[in-house]
Design a protein around this ligand. Structure first.
Ligand code: ACO
Length: 445
């Protein structure tokens, strides 16, 4: 059996060696089958021919949580979880963080290549000029309770966008698809910032087209009475890097949700709303919130050993640690960690939680429980500390993840629509309930 990390994308050179066949003997019948191996993968449907008799449905594969099932072919993001490698369209994440910007990475993900100067300025112009939302979206958002969770507001508002752009349901029209991509990337920060201002009872701040994508977002979050908000370039840059780091991560839960809903030919706003919904959960995008709450609960460095003991007893999880794909240090966590100090310096704040996080990481990485299970810090372990330093309330951390992930969701949705093998996502089940029961009238129950 080939030993390969999960979630890999294979190079053409290694594909040659991995092709071949798998000989299977069904010990129930004694029959032999040759199953094709392509790209280090067998097709689940090839097992359907394996039957005990003609009435048999055929063999299925069982994979709860899809831990070893590839659901699509994709040329967007490569991850080697064993070696801690992340690349978008083949470019390492470290290079993108050093030389690129979030909007350029969004273009790269969606269009498959780095833009020329002209393509980039057109792209930035288009996104900058679609940041406004319809006034009725604003009124719609005004209907939420003052303490509504910003992810709940975002989820509902992104879903509502589909009713404002019904033409987006023409998903076979390339122009409509591109328009929806621009609108979603442009409006996500506006909706997110409005949701934040809503929770504080502050008036919403309209987008400022003179500012960069992240500068404008900071303005919509924090502008008060000053005539013009001037973002600190260090914070603008740090946020941009965080956005690059969150832009795409291949077939994770939220991206799979976008693809699943998109496979029904729903419009892109509805498909992306499904992504927001999946990201809401504490095991996915909600983990950055859970990390900060965990650090607050631990309270001080002295309490770390007791806390780790409860984790090892299985009573709770060390949030921000572990990953389905990375069985090594998440490369995004390393980059974020290197920016925490910079942001604290720019904001002039001290994080009471940073020392706890550093010590917690150190101890966990020294502990057999975590090393034997290959549990390392993931992207969420340090991102919350930066968001907190930026003055973002804990409840809004997951929204900070949803904004940049939108470009990945759209890139994956567009790729899916072009896939000749696309079929509606419809898994099978192993039925375990009763059969052929009689309906019992109420009086006899
Ligand atoms: N703390 C303690 N133990 C853990 C943790 C953790 N954070 N993560 C996994 N384990 C243990 C499990 O208990 C299990 O141990 P066992 O074999 O003794 O039963 C083993 O490690 C394997 O764990 P699984 O749950 O099978 O791993 P899976 O791949 O299904 O889960 C997940 C991955 C959900 C990310 C998990 O590691 C987790 O819950 N982490 C904390 C939440 C988190 O940080 N999520 C963010 C992920 S990154 C993102 O979504 C952007």
């Amino acid at each position: 059996m080939t030993q390969e990390p999960q979630g890999r994308s294979d190079s053409a050179a290694s594909t040659v060696q991995k092709d071949g066949t798998l000989s299977v003997t069904d010990n129930r019948t004694g029959r032999n089958y040759d199953i094709e191996i392509k790209d280090g993968t067998v097709r689940a449907m090839d097992f359907r021919q394996i039957k005990v008799d003609e009435d048999d449905f055929g063999l299925m594969t069982y994979d709860p949580g899809y831990t070893n099932t590839a659901s699509c072919r994709s040329a967007i993001t490569y991850i080697d979880g064993e070696r801690g490698i992340l690349q978008h369209r083949g470019i390492p994440i470290e290079e993108l963080c050093e030389h690129s910007t979030y909007l350029e990475v969004a273009y790269l993900l969606i269009h498959g290549h780095l833009p020329t100067e002209e393509e980039l300025s057109r792209w930035v112009y288009d996104i900058t000029h679609h940041t406004y939302v319809h006034e009725n979206i604003k009124s719609f958002m005004g209907g939420f309770r003052h303490d509504a969770h910003p992810m709940g507001i975002l989820l509902a508002s992104v879903g509502a966008l589909s009713t404002f752009y019904p033409e987006a349901s023409d998903i076979d029209d390339e122009e409509q698809r591109n328009m929806a991509a621009i609108r979603l990337i442009a409006k996500m920060p506006t909706i997110a910032a409005f949701a934040y201002r809503h929770s504080l009872g502050l008036p919403y701040v309209y987008p400022d087209n003179d500012l960069s994508y992240t500068g404008n977002f900071l303005s919509m979050l924090f502008k008060m009475a000053e005539p013009k908000y001037e973002p600190d370039p260090r914070l603008e840059k740090a946020l941009d890097i965080l956005f690059i780091l969150h832009a795409d991560h291949e077939q994770n839960a939220s991206t799979s949700a976008v693809r699943t809903v998109g496979s029904t030919r729903a419009d892109p706003y509805t498909a992306v709303a499904a992504g927001v919904a999946a990201l809401y959960g504490p095991l996915h995008g909600g983990a950055n919130v859970a990390v900060l709450k965990m650090l607050q609960r631990i309270g001080s460095v002295e309490n770390i050993p007791d806390f780790l003991e409860t984790v090892k007893q299985g009573k709770e999880r060390l949030m921000g640690f572990g990953h389905r794909v990375y069985k090594n240090y998440d490369p995004r966590a390393r980059i974020i960690k290197s920016h925490v100090d910079e942001v604290l310096e720019a904001t002039g704040k001290e994080s009471p939680w940073l020392d706890i996080a550093i010590e917690l990481e150190k101890r966990a990485l020294d502990d057999e429980y975590f090393t034997s299970r290959k549990l390392y810090p993931n992207v969420d372990f340090y991102s919350g500390l930066i968001y907190e330093a930026l003055g973002i309330p804990t409840e809004a951390f997951t929204v900070m993840f949803a904004i940049p992930r939108t470009s990945g969701w759209i890139a994956q949705w567009m790729e899916m629509l072009r896939d000749p093998e696309l079929r509606i996502a419809r898994p099978r089940q192993i039925y375990t309930g009763p059969r052929d029961q009689r309906y019992v009238p109420m009086s006899e129950r």
